[in-house]
Design a binder for this molecule. Structure first.
Ligand code: SF4
Length: 449
């Protein structure tokens, strides 16, 4: 009898740092490497080469990236670096002369070629198998869907356009094809990400492409509608929009939420409310009428959840600006708020601005924003006690018979959770109605119906 002995595939270890967009990059790279016959290694010891996907957004993230590279060198020794920090190859090479290769963000071909060189693939028809949706690093039931890369804005605190370049939108049919595959492979929630989702398609003049016999424009509204249709009549796929700037055409997406095609959820990075600070930050869609628009959106979609992030301590920010921000937050009553203290980033214009705010003042302002936001969040969640919400199950606890998931108002990793008791028989990826029994500042507690 002839027995084919399969060659042992080379194994790649992965350290993925940074934001969801970097995670999508890691997924793409690993998908390609899997297609080329590589295995993944869960530890340094078993890896033939370790890939470190770095983040270079803030100085603290850069330091974390450098530490991760150092650890990989110490533990394994054969290291390829990619991602945002790859733009600073000199810094990396000076500190770690032994790294095998340094490639920048979105340089998929280069990073894959570097891995090939470090640990040559062993072609085999028996192991060159890629799952339908590619190899994913997120759980199977939710997936990030990157619709564009780069950004046309030049916010004073940000170096992303410098790192990633101007906006480059993907074709709508390519995005929809990827989304359809993800859904076929078990995804129940599509998280649409980009640097500026509202600007999608601007660079390609919203050029339409054929999708299922119909023209679909490279436009946020068309794309959201078509993604929403992927769940069929039951609406069993959640479509969640992240990084939405409140340009006027966002109004057109609200009816899609009212129709159940898109989740009633908007992640809008407002960053501040004071017009003076917003101008200094050079923020896009810096519209004084935002509060009015939020009110109108909520009239159309009463359950609309809005999450946002805010930066305090931007150079020149005064006590009056912070008072303005707090009053604005009190009125806007956003559902989820993340606050950050301004951090000077090497290369960002704000770093060299006069009137830098002292650290202890930043801390006080940060605490004021967080305390107010926590109170508003607790009040809004308490108002849900007694109601029924749909919950997408993320994990189950066999021992307690409980399960944890998220409502339509909760994005994974960044928002709250719903903790269910007596949830035996549920599986990750199930969407179930649940009665809310209790709440705290961030989470809901309930029971499946
Ligand atoms: S919109 Fe501003 S903060 Fe966001 S990526 Fe573009 S430049 Fe950076």
């Amino acid at each position: 009898m002839n027995v084919t002995t399969l060659p042992k595939p080379p194994r790649v270890g992965l350290v993925s740092l940074g934001c969801p967009k970097a995670l999508v990059d890691s997924e793409r790279i690993m998908t390609k490497l899997r297609a080329d016959g590589y295995d993944m290694s869960p530890d340094y010891a078993g890896a033939d080469v370790v890939l470190v996907n770095t983040c270079g957004f803030l100085d603290s993230a850069k330091e974390e990236s450098l530490e991760a590279i150092g650890e990989a060198i110490a533990e394994n020794g054969r290291v390829v670096v990619t991602g945002c920090m790859g733009k600073e190859a000199d810094v990396i090479r000076n500190r770690f002369p032994d790294v095998l290769a340094v490639t920048g963000p979105q340089q998929y071909e280069e990073v894959v070629a570097a891995v090939h060189e470090a640990a040559p693939p062993v072609p085999s028809p028996f192991i060159d198998l890629v799952p339908e949706a590619g190899l994913k690093l997120t759980p199977r039931h939710y997936s990030y869907l990157k619709i564009s890369e780069g950004c046309n804005h030049r916010c004073a605190f940000c170096i992303i356009p410098h790192l990633r370049g101007d906006l480059v939108s993907r074709r709508p049919d390519a995005i929809l094809r990827e989304a359809e595959k993800l859904v076929a492979a078990g995804t129940r929630e599509l998280l649409v990400i980009s640097q500026d989702t509202s600007a999608y398609g601007v660079d390609i003049r919203h050029q339409p492409r054929l999708w299922k016999g119909e023209e679909v424009r490279a436009h946020m509204t068309d794309l959201s509608r078509e993604l929403g249709k992927l769940g069929g009549a039951s609406g069993s796929v959640w479509v969640r929009l992240h990084y939405v700037y409140p340009y006027p055409h966002v109004n057109d997406v609200i009816p899609l939420m009212a129709d159940g095609l898109v989740l009633p959820y908007l992640d809008i990075p407002f960053q501040h409310a004071s017009p003076r600070v917003l101008r200094a930050m050079r923020r896009p869609a810096n519209d004084a009428k935002v509060l009015e628009r939020i009110r109108s959106w909520r009239e159309q979609v009463p359950g609309l959840a809005i999450r946002s992030s805010f930066v305090v301590g931007f150079p020149g920010e005064t006590d009056e600006d912070v008072a303005y921000l707090l009053a604005w937050l009190e009125e806007a009553r956003l559902d989820r708020v993340g606050a950050f203290k301004f951090e000077a980033v090497d290369g960002a214009p704000a770093t060299s601005m006069a009137e830098q705010v002292p650290e202890d003042t930043k801390q006080e302002r940060y605490e004021a924003v967080m305390a107010l936001s926590a109170r508003i969040s607790a009040e809004k969640l308490a108002a849900k006690v007694g109601s029924t919400v749909d919950v997408l199950i993320d994990r189950v606890d066999e021992e307690t018979g409980g399960a944890t998931g998220r409502s339509k108002a909760d994005a994974p990793e960044i928002d709250g959770e719903v903790h269910l008791r007596d949830a035996g028989g549920l599986q990750p990826g199930d969407i179930v109605p649940a009665r809310v029994e209790d709440s705290d500042e961030h989470d809901l507690y309930g029971v499946p119906l």
